[in-house]
Write a protein that binds this ligand. Structure first.
Ligand SMILES: Nc1ncnc2c1ncn2[C@@H]1O[C@H](COP(=O)(O)OP(=O)(O)OP(=O)(O)O)[C@@H](O)[C@H]1O
Ligand SMILES: Nc1nc2c(ncn2[C@@H]2O[C@H](COP(=O)(O)O)[C@@H](O)[C@H]2O)c(=O)[nH]1
Length: 205
């Protein structure tokens, strides 16, 4: 009997909205069984970030060689750096029946939609642009110039939220965590119902 494929869950949204914070809350929660896809990037590691934990840090040349070798499900250039999702771990995880969680920006999410139309797409939105700006400043990881570029990008990214299956507003981290877990659970139930229905219909013959 073939193993049922795992769910590919894509969490996207503008920089500073709290994707990483909400993702950590999800993974720290006892009910979580997802795997996490660690991205590759050419940006410098921030204070406290570790290679192979937060990202796989690569040089531009290494990243471009991996693009040539078709080693990404998706990749994008964001504020002067490459970011991408390595293909092997994602495929292996879903083929083994496990759910996998991607935390990526919107251009990458669009590419995933083209390759994996069955994936579940969730957009994390800030309560407002002022809150987003405040969060980027409070995080203290980027210069004013980079923050302004991220906010300018966010204005375009927010316009794409209607392309997602669900939008979750991150007012409160624990509430956003709970909503995302409910969405994933409901999606599993929906898929199981469709699968069972199909089985029943096919049994008639
Ligand atoms: N609900 C919230 N209310 C207030 N502050 C928040 C909330 N969620 C996250 N934050 C804060 O906002 C800042 C940005 O969060 P985080 O780094 O998780 O964003 P991100 O979307 O992952 O950013 P990036 O895409 O740049 O990696 C952090 O300082 C975090 O503590
Ligand atoms: N398209 C992709 N976007 C990614 C990936 N990993 C992270 N990201 C997004 O990039 C921006 C900037 O991240 P930062 O760590 O420099 O703040 C942010 O929106 C991330 O979600 C990826 O593999 N592909």
């Amino acid at each position: 009997m073939s193993v049922e494929k795992g769910l590919l869950i894509v969490l996207s949204g503008p920089s500073g909205v709290g994707k990483g914070t909400v993702r950590k809350a999800i993974f720290d929660h006892p009910n979580t069984n997802f795997k996490y896809s660690i991205s590759m990037t050419t940006r410098d590691a921030r204070f406290g970030e570790a290679d192979g934990v937060d990202y796989f840090f690569k040089t531009k040349e290494e990243f471009e060689a991996l693009i040539e070798q078709d080693k990404f499900i998706e990749y994008a250039q964001y504020v002067g750096n490459y970011y991408g999702t390595p293909v092997d771990y994602v495929k292996e995880t879903i083929d083994n029946g496990n759910d996998i969680f991607l935390e990526i920006e919107v251009q990458g999410a669009k590419q995933v939609r083209e390759k994996f139309p069955d994936a579940l797409f969730i957009f994390l939105s800030p309560p407002g642009l002022k809150a987003l700006h405040d969060r980027l400043i409070k995080r203290g990881t980027d210069s004013d110039e980079v923050i302004n570029r991220r906010i300018s990008k966010a204005k375009d990214e927010l316009k794409l939220m209607n392309l997602y299956d669900y939008v979750v507003v991150n007012e409160d981290v624990d509430e956003a965590r709970r909503r995302i877990q409910c969405i994933v659970e409901a999606e599993h139930m929906r898929r199981d119902r469709v699968e069972n229905k199909l089985r029943q219909i096919l049994e008639v013959f």
